[in-house]
Design a protein around this ligand. Sequence first.
Ligand SMILES: [Zn+2]
Length: 380
Amino acid sequence: MKGKTDPWLHINPIRLIDMFMELVRIDSPSFSEHEIAAWLTGRLIALGLTVERQTYSKSFNLIGRKAGTVSGARSIMLSSHMDTVEPTKDLNLIRDSGIIKTGGTTILGADDKSGIAEILEVLHVLKDHDLPHGDIEVVLTSAEERGLIGAKNLDFDSLASRIALVLDCSGSIGRVVLAAPTHDVYTMSITGRAAHAGIEPERGTSAIKAAAKIIAAVPDGRIDPNTTANIGHIHGGTATNIVPKEVTIIGEIRSHDTDSLQRTKKAIFDTARRLSKKNQVRLQIEETRQYHGFHIGQDDEFVGLVKNVCEGLSITPEFIVYGGGSDANIFNSHGIKSLVISSGMQLPHTTDEYIKEEDLSLAALMLLGTIKAIAFDTKM
Ligand SMILES: [Zn+2]
């Protein structure tokens, strides 16, 4: 049996599951990554990596580096994020029929600790069997769940890799994200005029009324096949006896198509400006780009390499266009071709989150296969 003798298939499922369970037991909501980072630093050093901590104002990222043993092989980056969404307090871990889940009062944190455990297992296998490989950079970010903040604060000059696998997609193993949208967020501040609602309402101009007309009129939902828009937050008014002076509206636009993004934004802002004028309120708009989108073709050489790895492992590759962002958006905009692949996490960001034990192993095999393919890649 080939599987018994080929060291590139020598994943240790028990060790991998143990590492995963240990990782999810370490509470690490965004900006509270110290404990998990200390654990990871020890582990990475024991595996023969050098570890750098890149700090920024609110937290830090960990970069592990393992020097290659194959000259001329490309450097590859493997990435996951250390933080999780909440709730995480009083985790009750349950292992049942090949599935790891919680008691239902917290999230599991497989997003993204499954990815971290899989990377660690791969490093173990490389070390145990002294397998040949190119340079490996392990990038473990913080505060991904708060708007990719860790990734945005990485020192990109310190990273040598031009290709990356980011283990931060849910669903079956073999899912590969080839495109993600550009994401803009805007805040509209509407200012009317306050007045006593019972004594002299005539003196007032209701910001709530103007906001209601704007919200009702702007395009939203699925604008076209590439673009979505949503108003997700409104805030304003103080008391029933005051004609409300101020309202804040926060919305977003996501698109895989820059022209459509600009058109949609213009339509929303123009409508808001026209209705503000008509309703005699002041309007101030601020917008911020959360991240740039990316689009990698199926004919791309790295995509082809990952596809071959999947097929060699009897994993069916599934190339998808994604509606959400990840650290890969930031990496791609800095010139690191980054594919987001499934780590096996299921129903992330919910208390029903779970992972199949066998998917942890399958994802680790896919990573190992990619490292092997890069090491022996003669095209480069
Ligand atoms: Zn994630």
